[in-house]
Design a protein around this ligand. Structure first.
Ligand code: APR
Ligand code: ZN
Length: 251
């Protein structure tokens, strides 16, 4: 399987990667629907909807600060690093991720589309104020604080700059991702259950355009029925081997 996938990737014209929470599992970040997944332990309607935030912003911020602490300690694993290397080799054209963990950027990828936002960014619920807490250097203090984060411009509440259930995806990101999928001849799908739309349309667009879909996941997902190659395994382990094969083939 890995040999076959490496051949398709090595001769690909426009490879894209579509990733989900599973790619970051080996970095110690819980997935959503897997065993011990976040949505197995917590109710998304109480923590990840605009209504939940309006109802109880304190609870929602406790949850996001807890997740930010876990993610801020996490390091890119071999799967993230392999995607960065494939980009450096000129093979991988873009990473389209559902993850908010910023690990693709940490690994060194440049062309990243974050369909569901970024947990280290905040935005005002009233004005156009936005801030990347890593870039502004306020992350550590922000994680220590327990009070409500206020907008320095208009004093209203700040919220995490992520996409909650029932919310539209960032327009620019979604159309850019669909355009890339339309141009792509190979889509590498890593660690997603493929149940959340419109993000999960990405591999289908590549397939409908006659492209290949290669999936890496320890379990079958909503994408598996359209996968030309399904590699049952963990992202870090499989991607490490896959990269070596692609490097061999490209000499
Ligand atoms: N390597 C690869 N895949 C893995 C690994 C691993 N080490 N561990 C688990 N997986 C797989 C699981 O089998 C599962 O199919 O990762 C997938 C994770 O699925 P979800 O938890 O549903 O995460 P995701 O598909 O990213 O969720 C989509 O839903 O909750 C919302 O906005 C959130 O972006 C998220 C979206
Ligand atoms: Zn404001």
């Amino acid at each position: 399987m890995i040999e076959g996938a490496a051949k398709i990737i090595a001769r690909s014209r426009f490879l894209i990667a579509f990733t989900g929470a599973g790619i970051s599992a080996e970095s110690g970040i819980p997935t959503f629907r897997g065993k011990n997944g976040l949505w197995k332990r917590y109710r998304p309607e109480e923590l990840a909807t605009p209504e939940a935030f309006a109802r109880n912003p304190k609870l929602v911020w406790e949850f996001y600060r807890w997740r930010m602490r876990i993610i801020s300690k996490a390091k890119p694993n071999k799967a993230h690093l392999a995607l960065a290397e494939l980009e450096r080799m000129g093979v991988l054209k873009a990473v389209i991720t559902q993850n908010v963990d910023d690990l693709n950027r940490e690994a060194g990828n440049k062309n990243i589309i974050e369909l569901h936002g970024n947990i280290f960014r905040v935005k005002c619920i009233r004005c156009d104020y936005r801030e990347n807490l890593k870039e502004s250097g306020r992350l550590e203090k922000f994680l220590e604080d327990e009070d409500f984060p206020k907008c320095p411009k208009c004093g209203s509440l700040l919220r995490p700059d992520v996409v909650w259930f029932g919310e539209a995806l960032p327009e620019g990101a979604l159309s850019k991702a669909f355009n890339l999928a339309r141009k792509s001849d190979v889509c590498l799908v890593i660690g997603t259950s493929g149940q959340v739309f419109p993000a999960a349309y990405i591999p289908h667009i590549v397939k409908d355009n006659g492209g290949y879909v290669i999936e890496i996941n320890p379990s079958q997902s909503g994408i598996t029925p359209i996968a030309d190659i399904f590699i049952r395994g963990k992202a870090g382990e499989v991607m490490d081997e896959l990269l070596k094969k692609v490097e061999e083939l490209r000499g």
